[in-house]
Design a protein around this ligand. Structure first.
Ligand SMILES: Nc1ncnc2c1ncn2[C@@H]1O[C@H](COP(=O)(O)OP(=O)(O)O)[C@@H](O)[C@H]1O
Ligand SMILES: [Mg+2]
Length: 254
């Protein structure tokens, strides 16, 4: 498959330049103990990172904090050296493509073609260029014949692909995906992996418990348990350590 989504930018920055920095992040839902309990994390240029952890461990909460969708009680998030604040949020959002765990949160226009052109149009891209790009993405995600349908006429997996297309239309430099394989059949899990591997972005961070798939798309594995990142290691090595994964609530092959 040829990629139509590759970002043409080439990143020559030092490999150890931190793109995403999280310092002592604490987040608690009202009247509950912290879900994120002093999280420290650095994602560098070129990192392809899996964020794993049992259901309810706080993966989505962490990603939503990174996107400024939730405000931590304490701690700091920096994106490309800029601290996330209400003032810097619009600038930071432009750099990050984020797909929600629930694709329905992402698709709100009358047709999916409009969903995919919405972001670029908002950023001042001309209607013709935005439509061309959207059509390329629809083709890449096998959705051409659904261009003029509304998202609620699509299957769950197709909605997921449409949501991903709408994110890639903005050519983000940082990609943050929450459970991107939900609802996808093996063929589309494979195709999505190929699309993601061909992208030229600074950082990819993917929350998922689809361990086998993560092993094909990412290289660094983080495991969130008890509000902390307890494991940060080479993913291939981690995926061979069944005992550790089992202990962390991530039994392999289940
Ligand atoms: N809106 C909310 N209000 C209160 N608690 C929540 C809310 N959303 C999530 N939680 C709780 O926070 C914890 C982490 O949730 P979440 O980040 O969605 O986990 P994960 O994505 O790892 O499955 C869970 O215990 C969940 O019940
Ligand atoms: Mg989640």
């Amino acid at each position: 498959m040829t990629s139509l989504t590759s970002n043409p930018q080439i990143y020559t920055t030092d490999k150890h330049t931190a793109i995403v920095e999280v310092e002592n992040l604490v987040y608690a839902y009202p009247q509950q103990p912290p879900v994120l309990d002093h999280i420290n994390l650095k994602l560098n240029v070129g990192d392809r990172v899996a964020l794993m952890g049992a259901t309810g461990s706080g993966k989505s909460t962490l990603l939503e904090n990174l996107m400024g969708l939730k405000q931590p009680q304490s701690g700091k998030i920096k994106i490309n050296g800029v601290t996330l604040t209400p003032k810097t949020l619009p600038h930071i959002r432009k750099q990050i493509g984020f797909s929600f765990q629930d694709a329905n949160d992402q698709l709100f226009m009358p047709t999916i073609l409009e969903d995919i052109t919405f972001g670029p149009r908002n950023y001042g891209i001309s209607p013709i260029v935005a439509k061309d790009k959207a059509e390329q993405l629809l083709a890449e995600f096998g959705l051409e014949q659904y261009a003029h349908r509304s998202a609620h006429e699509l299957s769950g997996g197709q909605r997921r692909l449409a949501a991903l297309a709408s994110i890639l239309a903005l050519e983000p430099t940082i990609l943050v995906l929450d459970e991107p394989t939900t609802g996808l059949d093996p063929l589309w899990r494979k195709q999505l992996a190929q699309i993601l591997l061909q992208l030229s972005v600074q950082v990819i961070l993917i929350a998922s418990h689809d361990l086998h798939w993560l092993g094909k798309v990412t290289e660094r594995g983080l495991v969130l348990t008890g509000g902390k990142i307890n494991i940060d290691s080479n993913l291939t090595t981690l995926l061979q350590d069944n005992m550790t994964l089992e202990k962390l609530g991530l039994p392999v092959d289940w």
